[in-house]
Design a protein around this ligand. Structure first.
Ligand SMILES: Cc1cc2nc3c(=O)[nH]c(=O)nc-3n(C[C@H](O)[C@H](O)[C@H](O)COP(=O)(O)OP(=O)(O)OC[C@H]3O[C@@H](n4cnc5c(N)ncnc54)[C@H](O)[C@@H]3O)c2cc1C
Length: 269
């Protein structure tokens, strides 16, 4: 029995075509929908999602040329603000540093975590403590509990970030954020990179066209066998789990492959 395992470059990969051509499909598309910053000035030039910036630099590193329609996002000699204090933010810092940024500032909306023990995450929970990535070690100005309120520009290009400090207060099980009166600040910026996490898999395209059920967080719903609401369509990794870690994606990939193998064997005598 012969199995088709790939499609050639340039071949039509519409969901209808995939359904016709393959017995099983596994979606491993990641959680590509970035969390946006819905503030005035978001539409100014030089305000980009982190992945627009990082993926472009990766393509350049690989020797690709940018298409004429795509503008180079370059941090050289710029004052860079990275909004978001996670792994993606760290990658932006490292990339901006290598491109020769003049200053790099990183703003995280959550409070600074404790440096050693965190009573909020006792053993055996994963300790939420202050971590410093190698990119952050290379040099950047890190600030916590900062809310970006708006961006302003000269002409169409971003030139200032306006923010304030915030306080987090616990109200039963919920955390409430309060702006600190009088803490408003403005600073000059030339490039703003939005690295505030990812909400879920991209719905437009494959997920919508296949008519897949989503969970309350917008991820593709799968059963224990990694099968989605459509028979023969499977999903694994961040697409089903939400933005997570490489180790989880590797594990899910292996388990999904085994589950699909079992399912295929049951389909064919
Ligand atoms: C900037 C950044 C930094 C990170 N840093 C870390 C870290 O330091 N440590 C860690 O453990 N995790 C990190 N993560 C998380 C980690 O990368 C993910 O959890 C993991 O890669 C998820 O694997 P995946 O295979 O599910 O999806 P992904 O690795 O996201 O792969 C999905 C792939 O599918 C492609 N794709 C999407 N739609 C389609 C389509 N319609 N057709 C064809 N292809 C499509 C995408 O282009 C992408 O190549 C980071 C994530 C990001 C974005």
């Amino acid at each position: 029995m012969e199995f088709q395992t790939s499609v050639a470059v340039g071949e039509d990969v519409s969901p209808r075509y995939l359904r016709r051509r393959f017995d099983a499909i596994c979606l491993a598309m990641g959680a590509g929908e970035p969390r946006d910053l819905p503030v005035p000035g978001r539409g100014l030039e030089n305000v980009h999602f982190a992945m627009e910036y990082l993926a472009q630099q990766n393509r350049l590193n690989a020797g690709d040329e940018l298409p004429p329609s795509e503008r180079r996002i370059d941090a050289k000699d710029k004052i860079v603000a990275v909004i978001g204090g996670g792994d993606t933010g760290s990658d932006c810092i490292g990339t901006a540093r290598r491109q020769g940024a003049r200053e790099i500032h990183q703003f995280e909306i959550l409070p600074k975590p404790p440096e050693c023990d965190n009573p909020e995450t006792p053993w055996p929970l994963w300790p939420k403590i202050l971590r410093t990535s190698s990119s952050q070690e290379e040099g950047c100005n890190r600030r916590w509990s900062v809310l970006t309120k708006r961006l302003s520009g000269v002409g169409v290009r971003v030139s200032e970030l306006h923010g304030c400090d915030v306080l987090w207060e616990k109200n039963r099980d919920d955390w409430r954020m309060k702006e600190v009166p009088g803490s408003e600040f403005s600073m000059k910026v030339d490039l703003v990179l939005l690295a505030m996490g990812f909400t879920h898999v991209r719905h437009a395209g494959m997920v919508e066209q296949l008519g897949l059920e989503l969970d309350s967080r917008g991820n593709v719903t799968v059963g224990e066998d990694f099968q989605t609401s459509q028979p023969g369509v499977f999903a694994a990794g961040d697409a089903a789990r939400g933005a997570s870690l490489v180790v989880h994606a590797i594990r899910a990939g292996r388990d999904a492959a085994a589950a699909i193998d079992r399912w295929l064997r049951n389909q064919r005598p």
